[in-house]
Design a protein. Structure first.
Length: 149
């Protein structure tokens, strides 16, 4: 059997009825659309989402969910366990140092040190914010936390 020997089963392919080609060709005049009315016209009928004149569901729902606080300040979180991995004893942890270790992507990024994990190295931390638990752990290890945080 070759690919050119294949053909559809008898009766499986039926030609579609071409309407609106004159009265002699069956399906002339109204072409199966009935008499007058919105649905008999070209482009007639109601669009998707039409609810009988009631306000559409898509228009009743709010455009965007929730609310965005324009005064929100986003901080990049860094845990003390990460500082333990990346820095040596006596190092200074600031934005430049974090940038060089690829912890943050831009020097202008605001950083907050969080207290997850343990730290044993004496580090000097100069970042934007430090949580109370992180500050306690850093100072217990002999390090210092310098303001502005």
């Amino acid at each position: 059997m070759q690919i050119n020997d294949l053909y559809p089963a008898p009766g499986s392919n039926k030609k579609r009825k071409r309407v609106g080609r004159g009265n002699s060709g069956k399906g002339g005049t109204t072409a199966g659309r009935g008499q007058k009315g919105q649905k008999s016209r070209s482009g007639g009928g109601k669009g998707p989402g039409f609810e009988g004149g009631q306000m559409k569901l898509a228009m009743r729902l709010p455009k965007l969910p929730g609310f965005t606080n324009i005064n929100r300040v986003e901080y990049a979180p860094v845990n003390v366990s990460r500082l333990e991995e990346l820095f040596n004893d006596g190092d200074v942890v600031d934005n430049e140092a974090l940038l060089s270790k690829n912890v943050i992507k831009k020097p202008s990024t605001l950083v907050k040190v969080l207290g997850d994990g343990d730290i044993t190295k004496k580090l000097t931390v100069r970042v934007d914010k430090v949580s109370a638990s992180a500050q306690a752990k850093i100072e217990a290890a002999g390090g210092t936390v310098e303001k502005p945080c």
